[in-house]
Design a protein around this ligand. Structure first.
Ligand code: SF4
Ligand code: SF4
Length: 359
C-alpha cells in the first residue's frame, strides 16, 4: 500500500525557514537524477520516452506566479510557500511588464497563482487589468485566505468581475485535508466555500465558476476525475450544504516539500517508479507546457510552474534565458521545452496539469 501523509496538529514550515538542503533546486534535481530507475520502462529517461523534444504550441494560458507568500504551509507544497516568503513577491513594474507581454500574445486566459496570490499587494490591480482586456481570469485560491480580514470581500469582488476561482482542497474528508494542510484547515475551507456559494459561485453560472482541485494525500496517483467529481459533489452537498462546479485532480510533483516528505518517509523510489511505470503517451499532446507560459515573481520565464519551482528557465534556441521585460514571442515559439524526471508527474496515468487530468 502506498504511504499516506499522517494527520498532525500542524502542516510543516517552509524548507527555506528551516535551511533545508532541498532549498537548493540543484539538490532537488540531483536527487531525482540519482535514483536508479533502470528497472522501469525506458529506465526513467523522460526524453527517451518522448522520442523528440517537446515543442510549444500557441500560448493559450498566461500563468503569472505573483509570489511565494502564503498564509499556509502545506506538507505537499511544490512552491515551498509560507508566511515567511515575504521577499519573493512580484512588484508593480514586473506586473506591468507581464501585462505588456500579455498584449502581444493571443492568450485568452490568465492564470494567477502563488503562494496565495491574493496576498500580493498588486493582486487586484493585475486582475482588474486582465478583466479590462477581456481575458478569462483564474485565481488559484487556497480557500482559507478568504477568511483573512483583508480578503473577506473577495468573493463578491471576484463575482463582480467574473473571475473563476480555482480552489485547492485535498479531499472532501477532514482527515485527508488537515493531514496535508494543518488541523483546522478543513473547517476554514468549508466556511470559505460557503461564502463563495453565497456570492453566486458553484451554482452553474458561467461567470461564477468555482473549481476545486484535489491532490492525493500520499505517494499515489490521483483517482478518476469524473467519478470523483460526482462523489465530491454529493458528499459536500449532503454533509455541509456547499456546492461547486467542477473538480480537477492532479498528481503530486516530486519536488520541494513533497519531495522532502517522500525522502523522509522512504517513499521516493517507489513513488518515482510508480510515476515512470504509469507513463501514458496519450497525455503528451495535452501537456500544459505546450500551451502555457509561466512567469515567475521576478519576471523570469518558464515552460511551466513546476519547471519554475526547479529553476529550470525557458531557453531560446541560442541558449539565452528570456525575461518578461524583453518578451519576444517569436523566439519563444521556436524554443524547445525543458524537461526532466519530474515531468513523469505530468504523464502518469490520466496525466496531470494545472487543468487536471489530460487523457
Ligand atoms: S500548497 Fe498552496 S496553500 Fe499550501 S502552502 Fe503551498 S501555495 Fe500555500
Ligand atoms: S513538468 Fe510537466 S508541464 Fe512542465 S515541462 Fe515537464 S511535462 Fe511539461
Amino acid at each position: 500500500m502506498p504511504a499516506v501523509i499522517d494527520p498532525g496538529p500542524k502542516a510543516t514550515t517552509s524548507l527555506e525557514s528551516r535551511g533545508s538542503p532541498l532549498v537548493s533546486t540543484e539538490t532537488q534535481r540531483r536527487t531525482l537524477s540519482a535514483l536508479d530507475l533502470s528497472r522501469c520502462a525506458g529506465s526513467g529517461d523522460f526524453d527517451a520516452r518522448l522520442g523528440a523534444p517537446l515543442a510549444p504550441g500557441a500560448i493559450e494560458i498566461f500563468q503569472i506566479n505573483v509570489g511565494r507568500l502564503c498564509n499556509m504551509t502545506c506538507r505537499h507544497c511544490h512552491v515551498d510557500a509560507g508566511p515567511d516568503r515575504v521577499r519573493e513577491n512580484m512588484d508593480r513594474a514586473t506586473i506591468d511588464a507581464c501585462l505588456r507581454a500579455l498584449d502581444r500574445t493571443s492568450a485568452g486566459t490568465v492564470d494567477v497563482t502563488g503562494g496565495a496570490p491574493e496576498l500580493n499587494p498588486h493582486f487586484r490591480y493585475l486582475v482588474d487589468e486582465c478583466v479590462r482586456r477581456g481575458k478569462r481570469v483564474m485565481d488559484r485560491c487556497n480557500l482559507t485566505v478568504l477568511l483573512l480580514p483583508r480578503c473577506a470581500d473577495l468573493p463578491g469582488w471576484f463575482a463582480e468581475r467574473g473571475v473563476e476561482v480555482v480552489c485547492s482542497l485535498p479531499h472532501y474528508r477532514r482527515l485527508n485535508t488537515d493531514a496535508q494542510r494543518g488541523s483546522g484547515t478543513y473547517e476554514q475551507s468549508l466556511e470559505a466555500l460557503g461564502r463563495l456559494n453565497r456570492a453566486g459561485y458553484g451554482q452553474g453560472d458561467p461567470r461564477r465558476v468555482l473549481t476545486l482541485v484535489s491532490n492525493p494525500a500520499g505517494a499515489y496517483l490521483g483517482g478518476d476525475q469524473h467519478s470523483l467529481e460526482a462523489e465530491w459533489k454529493a458528499s459536500l452537498a449532503r454533509e455541509h450544504g456547499v456546492s461547486f462546479d467542477r473538480l480537477i485532480v492532479i498528481n503530486n510533483m516530486p519536488i520541494a516539500r513533497f519531495l522532502e516528505w517522500l525522502i523522509e518517509t522512504d517513499n521516493l523510489q517507489d513513488y518515482m517508479e510508480r510515476l515512470v511505470n504509469a507513463f501514458n503517451p496519450a497525455t503528451l499532446p495535452g501537456l500544459m507546457c505546450r500551451n502555457t507560459l509561466s512567469i515567475g515573481w521576478d519576471g523570469r520565464i518558464y515552460d511551466c510552474d513546476f519547471n519554475q519551482m526547479l529553476d529550470l528557465e525557458s531557453r531560446y534556441s541560442d541558449g539565452e534565458r528570456p525575461h518578461i521585460r524583453d518578451f519576444d514571442l517569436e523566439l519563444l515559439a521556436n524554443r524547445e521545452i525543458v524537461t526532466g524526471r519530474h515531468c513523469f508527474g505530468c504523464t502518469a496515468g490520466a496525466g496531470s496539469s494545472c487543468g487536471g487530468a489530460i487523457a
